[in-house]
Design a protein around this ligand. Sequence first.
Ligand code: NAP
Length: 262
Amino acid sequence: MNLLEGKTAIIFGIANDRSIAWGIAKAFHENGATLGLSYAGEALERRVKPLAEAIGCTFVESCDVADDDQIRATAEKAAAVFGKVDILVHSIGFANRDELSGPYYNTSRAGFHLAMDISVYSFTALAKAFQPYFSPNAALLTLTYYGSEKVAPHYNVMGVAKAALEASVRYLAYDFGPQGIRVNAISAGPIRTLAAAGVSGFKTMYRRFADLAPLRQNVTIEDVGKAAVFLCSDLAVKTTGQVLFVDSGYNILGIPEELGES
Ligand code: NAP
């Protein structure tokens, strides 16, 4: 299918071939998009460049989203190369590993700021920097997790950050709406990635997930990629400010089956 034919997408947050951003990049490529990829720093270049080559992508830029100058430079470079940007994907999150275990109240002030800066504010900063270059009907997308709504043990400050990120999606959707630009989020079920490995207890939660979720299957980066194609294509042209769950239905459960059985 060519649902993204003629569209240019810039994707932030590729660390390796397990990254959700890579699942999205592959799906966008399969659907005819022209791609630009961005990664966190020089250390990742070795892993990201071959992935970019595999999908014929030549725009591969390092950008630390904690740095407004780097964000501005990346936006200007993208505009110089592509002229306009139709899709921006933010697939970035970070919190100190030692704050993703134990009680939430142990979160330090600095750790709170860091998680909010990298995982939340960076989406707004990217939206602002790319604003002059968005085409009419452009689509912005970010990645969130159910720990924003309900307590997911050990997710802690990231849960609070994801709640703020989802609120940012709604405010950005309101701001950009009059220009026909849409802003949405995908709330993905647990996927084994570098970022997820930092959350204490993730492996156990991942293993049990398919036993509990209504669809009885784990979520893959390919599943998220397909949903991202939908949200960023003209199929979703009247959908904005939303959080779309790609979680095998886990979020509809009130009580896990093992507790509901007689
Ligand atoms: P991932 O492969 O580790 O991707 C996270 C990305 O964020 C990495 O590329 C990371 O780079 C980047 N990043 C961190 N700090 C950055 C900075 N200052 N500037 C630029 N990039 C930075 O893990 P992922 O699971 O695909 O995560 C992508 C998004 O999906 C995150 O928002 C995550 O919270 C969300 N999500 C994940 C799951 C899951 O179960 N995996 C579920 C729901 C939502 P470095 O590796 O260099 O830090």
